[in-house]
Design a protein around this ligand. Sequence first.
Ligand code: FES
Ligand code: FES
Length: 167
Amino acid sequence: MPIRINGSVEDLPADPRVSLLDFLRERLDLPGTKKGCDQGACGACTVLVDGHRILSCLALAVQYDGCSVVTVEGLASEGALHPLQKAFIEHDGFQCGYCTPGQICSAIGMVDELRRGVPSLETADLSVQAISLTRQELRERMSGNLCRCGAYSGIVEAIQAYAEAVL
Ligand code: FES
Ligand code: FES
């Protein structure tokens, strides 16, 4: 089965040792997904696979045979930025921008987890249907995405604004 990257069918690498991150950046020329630590500690490489956020540096491309991968390059639609991309601009959610693609992909996956009622360490009541995105929930759920510039206040505002609009 082929892998789909931002809607395009692509052949998987012949070498099964190629990470999904290197496949995206080096073989498909999609540099939007960033390589920060390359060991699962920073979140810069986050992409969406069948709607779920994953760290592409810890994944092998061949694992995702038959799956649909969306990177930051695939979020805009018909020339219009994704609403969360717009929110990052409106709320000044970045400085250098290196962490931003990972922050955005991760937050889209995170909001979908909320929509599906997936609890976090901060969720006190596991029986509630709709988990609200409190500041603590947001901090916990986005704790895997680091920003060395410390643009956290804008990042949090952007994600909150997006979540309020779509949840
Ligand atoms: S590059 Fe994947 S978590 Fe840092
Ligand atoms: S904006 Fe520079 S690392 Fe986050």
